[in-house]
Design a protein around this ligand. Structure first.
Ligand code: PLP
Length: 391
């Protein structure tokens, strides 16, 4: 009897290979240091430097006051989905109907639903690496295997050739993130076309992650679903977190054709039954933000990027200016070859919090991720602390 009970107290196997974010552990360490009264330069995060604009907040408050507190359609309010259809046509050259978009709880729920909709146990997923850490866990949670494709090698030797090299007969999907977290890399149109050609040739599904679509400083943002014959085999995931500084609202959306949209709808229905109703009103308001305002924010980020990258290179931490997102990913072997040790040294000795590159896959080793979505003053202070530390 007891033995049976003990055997029963165990987790479902699908969680065996799923980790818990290292980044959260670093955040906790920083909070503990602060609680001790230490000043810590926080470059470990990935949150916009500004607050959610007032108009967006007021829209949520108005929805609450107007008693928009009931169930909404689990896939999203129709006015929201229509606004998303217009945005996708205007900005991403993706032509869809309101039935082909779904509101999600942040970009994260869209990605979670996408991987679960596409992958069977035993399947493989090609993931350009270094990659945003949760993706490995999402793939493993679907009882599939991430196949890490070194992005730098792929760029040097040819994207298609490299994807071929890493692909297996079990490969079912390619995770395609541009601009990338953590490297800030932005794939070119020609590279997107190569990925698309490979996906079509091998009959693969692309899971596109465009969380940082509005933060491209050099080059252009190309939505892979807009390329010929790609809409039917692409699930694209977006978030309001970065563009509108809405990380805590948990607002995002996904775009897909059938049969994937039905699958996304089921997963959203049975996990959260949709996005909180007042938040959906805030999302509608956010979508009215003029492009000129988004461009102003982008310029603010560009200033931060240039300041941080100049500081890193000045102290000998070689860093190419990242073309997008809000992370710098310098080579830190000057501090220590092992990125976990380097991050620890920097935190202990200079009170600079960063994320070790190895957290983002083996291809991230030898690097640290510095998030520059912070104030100019905070970047200047960090650069000063680096100068003192390295001198
Ligand atoms: N994709 C990438 C590459 C990200 O960096 C993030 C957040 O950091 C997300 C998706 C999802 O963001 P959220 O769940 O906050 O919308």
């Amino acid at each position: 009897m007891t033995a049976t009970r003990v055997r029963g107290i165990r987790l479902a196997k699908r969680l065996d290979e799923v980790g818990f974010s290292d980044i959260v552990q670093i955040r906790n360490k920083v909070m503990a240091m602060r609680a001790e009264g230490l000043q810590v330069h926080s470059l470990h995060g990935g949150e916009p430097f500004f607050e959610t604009p007032d108009g967006i907040k007021f829209a949520a408050v108005k929805a609450l006051v107007d008693n928009q507190t009931h169930y909404a359609p689990s896939s999203g309010l129709m006015p929201l989905r229509k606004a998303l259809v217009d945005k996708l046509a205007a900005k991403n050259s993706i032509q869809v109907t309101a039935d082909e978009v779904i509101a999600t709880v942040g970009g994260s729920q869209g990605l979670y639903a996408a991987f679960l909709s596409v992958l069977d146990p035993g399947d493989d997923a090609l993931v350009f690496s270094p990659y945003w850490t949760p993706i490995g866990d999402l793939v493993r949670g679907a009882q599939a295997r991430p196949l890490l494709v070194p992005t730098i090698t792929a760029r040097r030797n040819g994207i298609r050739k490299t994807l071929e090299q890493f692909s297996t007969p079990q490969t079912r999907t390619i995770y395609y993130n541009t601009p990338q977290n953590p490297s800030g890399l932005v794939f070119t149109r020609a590279e997107a076309e190569e990925v698309a050609a490979f996906a079509i040739e091998r009959d693969l599904i692309v899971i596109a992650d465009e969380a940082y679509e509005d933060l491209v400083y050099d080059g252009e943002h190309v939505s892979i679903a807009s390329l010929p014959d790609m809409a039917e085999r692409t699930i694209t995931c977006y978030t309001f977190s970065k563009t509108y500084a809405m990380t805590g609202w948990r607002a995002g959306y996904a775009v897909a054709k059938e049969p994937f949209m039905t699958a996304l709808r089921k997963i959203v229905l049975y996990s959260t039954n949709g996005v909180t109703t007042p938040v959906q009103y805030a999302m509608i308001e956010a979508l009215t933000t003029p492009e000129s305002e988004i461009a102003l924010k982008r310029e603010e980020y560009r200033k931060r990027r240039d300041l941080l990258v100049a500081g890193l290179n000045e102290v000998g931490l070689d860093c190419e200016p990242p073309a997008g997102a809000f992370y710098a990913f310098p080579n830190i072997e000057k501090i220590h070859k092992n990125s976990r040790t380097a991050a620890q040294i920097l935190l202990d000795k200079a009170h600079i919090a960063t994320i070790p590159g190895s957290v983002f896959g083996a291809q991230g080793e030898g690097h640290l991720r510095f998030g520059y979505a912070i104030t100019i003053k905070e970047i200047e202070d960090c650069v000063e602390a680096l100068r003192k530390f390295i001198a």
